[in-house]
Design a protein around this ligand. Structure first.
Ligand code: MG
Length: 160
């Protein structure tokens, strides 16, 4: 059995007139994340972690933001597609761990809902999907409230 790990990182700008969708959960806030798809920064980081662990490139390669098919795409559906890609190649997910770095609003009230949504999307038990929250301590683009960043790691195993 071979163990595989991958990392993912993403960031999106906060802007007026957009929804704030993090890990497939819409969080009430006066601003949301800007971008081509629904700009779910956490789903995107997790997609890259899974693709990384599986050796399958990155999100931009699979879902280019120049492609109209992915305009306002539900990133949870992209995550489901990537999870299916991984299992189609005979790899099994072990766990994923994520950190959302955001100054406001507070992620804590939504953390369990996010874990549940991500767990369903990738086909893992909730205890194997961890979601953490951090802030920028008022430093940098996150600290100034200009954007949100997310990090993820994923572990897979491949029999043989
Ligand atoms: Mg992104």
């Amino acid at each position: 059995m071979t163990t595989l790990t991958g990392i993912g990182y993403d960031s999106h700008r906060l802007t007026d007139g957009r929804r704030l969708v993090i890990g497939g959960v819409e969080i009430p806030h006066e601003r949301g994340l800007d971008g081509h798809s629904d700009s779910d920064v956490l789903a995107h980081a997790l997609i890259d972690a899974l693709l990384g662990a599986a050796g399958l490139g990155d999100i931009g390669e699979h879902f280019p933001d120049t492609d109209e098919r992915w305009r306002d795409a539900d990133s949870i559906q992209l995550l489901e597609a990537v999870a299916a890609m991984v299992s189609a190649r005979g790899m099994t997910m072990v766990n994923v761990d994520c950190t959302v770095i955001m100054e406001a609003p507070k992620l804590a009230p939504h953390r369990q809902a996010i874990r549940r949504r991500l767990a369903e999307a990738v086909g893992l038990e909730m205890k194997r999907v961890n979601v953490k929250a951090s802030t920028g301590e008022r430093m940098g683009f996150v600290g100034r409230g200009e954007g949100v960043a997310a990090l993820a790691v994923a572990a897979l195993y491949e029999p043989g």
